[in-house]
Design a binder for this molecule. Structure first.
Ligand code: PMP
Ligand code: GLN
Length: 386
């Protein structure tokens, strides 16, 4: 039998799938894969359900329902003073994952280079590589996650087509500062490069941090594709409704790939998300951040009691903890399997977000769970380690 595609085969199964399966097998509390255990706004879910019954249930327009494209543009205008033409500058996709893939397939050519910053989300490298491009990886490491500016500048070359920027960043919780964004924008201008901005955690930013989309900086309007996800914003990760916004040539490029990847996204979910985005300013977005900030602090305090050293997290729903004081001799992968099977709490090794050997001693916990679940998880860890 002939071999399947080797470029994809070499990545194996994602760490999120692996750890969730292990958590189910061992009845562990799953603080690994990132998904909330509480539902998002009821009116949004009710509208989705009603629209399944009333329709439309047939193919929506390839670039997305007009009402959702308008809602995305309206949201970005209110929140970031970013003026987008909903007809030409917004593309609705099946999750941010598809928006990322459509951006990479739509922009990259064989021989191009893409600058990516570690730690990085697992879908970037396989698709960049499958698009024929070469990734130039710039490493940041815990506990500071400082952006090495010289290394970042050195990663750019005349072949650089784009940079991938994830802020707020999974798994570090880092929110890039205004100064870092300015530095990045200068590099993009100097090297005539684009940025694919993964901003799926834009509403999960904790005071005093502030999220500023790179596309709003001087000279960036024509260079950035800004990617969002209803899954994160409305606590509905299974819905897979996402979008990309940016200048028409970039959206046209992503749409050329989107039409052959999925073509469309379920219309009922698109309609519900449109309503949610229009109404979210009235409280849902702020409540989401306040609520998650409380959960972050609850879990951090509990982890400290169990002997971990939690690192600060300015955004996302993830917390990285230093586990070295616990004295386990294996690597982080082995530690996470041990934690899941023996202590009954699943987590993700931070090294999984690195290409090759990553930093050891750090694991990621997801805190978007009911308080009682977080308390039970902490109870299990304290009982096991103390
Ligand atoms: N980017 C990052 C950084 C993520 O953490 C996730 C979460 N799964 C995604 C993209 C994908 O988002 P979606 O579920 O909307 O495809
Ligand atoms: N983004 C989620 C996380 O980081 C996982 C998404 C997935 O399982 N593909 O946990």
């Amino acid at each position: 039998m002939k071999a399947a595609n080797a470029s994809l085969a070499r990545w194996g199964t994602t760490i999120f799938t692996t750890m969730s399966a292990l958590a189910v097998e061992h009845g562990a509390i799953n603080l690994g894969q990132g998904f909330p255990d509480e539902e998002g706004p009821e009116e949004v879910r009710r509208l989705a359900a009603a629209t399944v019954l009333s329709g439309p249930n047939q193919y929506p327009p390839m670039r997305g329902l007009p009402e959702l494209r308008q809602a995305v543009a309206g949201h970005d205008s209110r929140r970031y003073r970013l003026d987008l033409d909903p007809e030409r500058e917004v593309l609705i996709t099946s999750g941010a994952t598809e928006a990322l893939a459509a951006s990479f397939f739509g922009l990259l050519e064989p021989g191009d280079e893409a600058v990516v910053i570690e730690p990085l989300y697992d879908s970037y490298l396989p698709i960049i590589e499958r698009a024929g491009a070469v990734a130039r990886i710039v490493r940041t490491t815990p506990p500071e996650w400082t952006l090495p500016r010289d290394a970042l500048a050195a990663a750019f070359s005349p072949r650089t087509k784009l940079l991938v920027l994830n802020s707020p960043q999974n798994p570090s919780g880092k929110v890039f500062t205004a100064d870092e964004l300015r530095f990045i924008s200068e590099l993009l201008r100097t090297h005539d490069a684009y940025a694919v901005c993964d901003e799926v955690y834009e509403h999960l930013v904790f005071s005093p941090a502030d999220h500023r989309p790179l596309i709003t900086l001087a000279g960036m309007r024509e260079r950035c594709l800004r990617i969002g996800s209803a899954g994160k914003t409305f606590s509905a990760t299974g819905w897979k409704v996402g979008w990309a916004c940016g200048a028409q040539p970039l959206i046209d490029a992503a749409a050329r790939a989107h039409q052959f990847l999925t073509f469309t996204t379920p219309p009922n979910l698109q309609r519900a998300v449109a309503t949610g985005l229009a109404a979210g300013d009235d409280g849902w977005f702020a409540a989401l951040a306040t609520n998650q900030q409380h959960k972050r602090d609850l879990l951090a305090a509990g982890l400290r009691r169990a002997g971990f050293t939690p690192l600060p997290a300015a955004g996302t729903f993830f917390l990285v903890a230093d586990r070295r004081a616990l004295g386990f001799s294996g690597d982080d992968g082995a530690f996470c399997r041990y934690l899941t099977t023996k202590a009954g709490v699943a987590a993700i090794p931070v090294s999984a977000f690195y290409c090759g050997d990553g930093p050891e001693g750090f694991i990621r916990f997801c805190f978007c769970k009911r308080d009682a679940v977080l308390e039970e998880a902490v109870g299990r860890l304290v009982k096991h380690f103390c």
